[in-house]
Every structure is written in structure tokens, then in C-alpha cells.
Write a protein that binds this ligand. Structure first.
Ligand SMILES: [Zn+2]
Length: 265
């Protein structure tokens, strides 16, 4: 692995202008409940998961409070790991221009990254279903709201959770601003632009099966970018990668940065 880390580091240092694409793998290292990873929700609820988390909740009403409270707990307690922190450092030191993420947990912001495209939204942000106004919640506010939702789900019905959600000044219901299956993906055009113009793309913790995010490495490659993949296992994207480094983001990325910072490289 060290040899691969060295090659990736020397490329990052020489070229700069990189883009990082992250998926649930990096968040699962922070304890966030994930869908597609081994042991994630999709493993357990294969049958009813085709429409995303909302379908799982509707199809498994008895399990829904537990599923949601586990999800909320993990989001509330999740902290950026050395992978997130390392990505933020690469941005601060000028090697990467932006982070494109499929994660909704805001951990890249918590780690200190600033130029972030959240393709699937951010669960700590609410969006009015009527006028589209957005507002951000603190983790504490989110947790309180989450507890109320779980409580309603236990006592009443799935539909009743809409009664718990805060109201906008226009009286519309404000729901967490994440993208469900089949909904349009915000920021995708900007993300494609970033991918096409970067010198290298570092793919971290994504299986490469969810579109349109999964098409971004192809855009990067067609623009001549070098592809570095850091994943626990080979993925649908590995055949496009110039370097595949197998391992945890939280272990590989700090090693990579250490190498980038070495003078001799
Ligand atoms: Zn509104």
C-alpha cells in the first residue's frame, strides 16, 4: 500500500487542482448508519427499499421507529474522522478545489472543508415544501425534532410525522432537505463542471452505483484527470481508477497527506 500512497501523493503534489468525491463509506467510519454498506439498511430491508428510506419506513412500520432513532442517534453523535479532516486539510493547503459528496450528514463542513457540493442535500437543513425557503438546524435542534418524530411514529402513524415538522413563515411544512430516490439532484451541473476541469479526482468510500454521482469519474477521466480511488473493496469505479488504494479513508488519507507534505516527494 505504501508504494501506491507514494505515487498518489506525488501526483497530488505535482498537479493540484483536485476534486474529491465521497460516499457513505467515509461516513460509516464515523458511525453513521448507512444504506448500501455491508450490514446497512439495504441489507436488512432488501424487499422494501427500492424507493429509499421513506419506502423502508412505510413498508416496515413496526421497525420504523427503531430504524429512524438509530439513524438520528448516529447523525447526532457522528464526528468527522481523520479522512474528513485530511480532505479539509488538502483543500486548505491548495491541492483540491472542492468536495463533491453523496452524504447528507454535513461532516465535511464539520471537518472544515468549505467548497462542498452536497448532491443528496443535508439533513440538518430544512426546506419549506411550499416556498422552498431553507433554514439550518443545530445538531441539538435536529436531535430534538428527531426524538419528536420517533415518538409520533411510535404512538401514531407514518403520516403523523408531518405534524411534528416545523412550519415556515408561509405556513408550509419544512422537511429535512435531503434528496429521495427519483428527486432531482441539486448541484449536479456544478459538480460535472468541477469533474471535467480537475487534474485529479480522489474517490473515497463510494460504491459507484448511484447515479448521477457515479458518472462523475467518467467526466473527470474524459477531461484528462487522473483517478485515485480509496475504498475498502474494489467497486464499480475501480476499472476507471489509475490508482486503487484498498483501506479505510481514516487510515489512508492521513498517510497520503504526510507524504504530500514531505519535501523530497
Ligand atoms: Zn415557506
Amino acid at each position: 500500500m505504501d508504494k501506491l500512497v507514494n505515487s498518489a501523493a506525488s501526483f497530488i503534489k505535482k498537479m493540484g487542482n483536485g476534486v474529491v468525491l465521497t460516499g457513505s463509506g467515509i461516513s460509516s467510519e464515523s458511525g453513521i448508519a448507512t444504506y448500501r454498506d455491508k450490514g446497512g439498511l439495504w441489507d436488512k430491508y432488501k424487499e422494501g427499499s427500492t424507493g429509499g428510506i421513506l419506502t423502508v419506513l412505510a413498508n416496515y412500520p413496526d421497525d420504523a421507529p427503531d430504524i429512524l432513532s438509530g439513524f438520528f442517534e448516529s447523525l447526532y453523535h457522528g464526528k468527522p474522522n481523520p479522512g474528513h479532516v485530511g480532505i479539509a486539510e488538502l483543500e486548505k493547503e491548495g491541492f483540491i478545489n472542492s468536495v463533491i459528496t453523496q452524504n447528507i450528514d454535513g461532516l465535511h463542513y464539520d471537518a472544515g472543508s468549505s467548497n462542498i457540493y452536497e448532491l443528496h442535500g443535508n439533513i440538518f437543513r430544512l426546506k419549506c415544501m411550499n416556498c422552498s425557503k431553507k433554514t439550518s438546524l443545530s445538531k441539538q435542534q435536529f436531535y430534538k425534532m428527531g426524538n419528536k418524530i420517533v415518538d409520533h411514529l411510535t404512538k401514531y402513524s407514518f403520516e403523523s410525522i408531518f405534524d411534528v415538522l416545523p412550519k415556515c413563515s408561509c405556513k408550509g411544512v419544512m422537511r429535512p432537505d435531503f434528496v429521495s430516490f427519483g428527486e432531482p439532484v441539486p448541484d449536479i451541473l456544478e459538480a460535472v463542471k468541477e469533474a471535467k476541469s480537475c487534474k485529479f479526482m480522489m474517490i473515497v468510500g463510494t460504491s459507484g452505483v448511484v447515479y448521477p454521482a457515479a458518472s462523475l469519474p467518467q467526466h473527470a477521466k474524459s477531461g484528462g484527470a487522473y483517478i485515485i480511488e480509496i475504498n475498502m473493496e474494489e467497486s464499480a469505479l475501480t476499472k476507471q481508477a489509475d490508482i486503487f488504494i484498498q483501506g479505510k479513508a481514516g487510515e489512508v488519507i492521513p498517510k497520503l497527506i504526510e507524504k504530500v507534505r514531505e519535501k523530497s516527494i
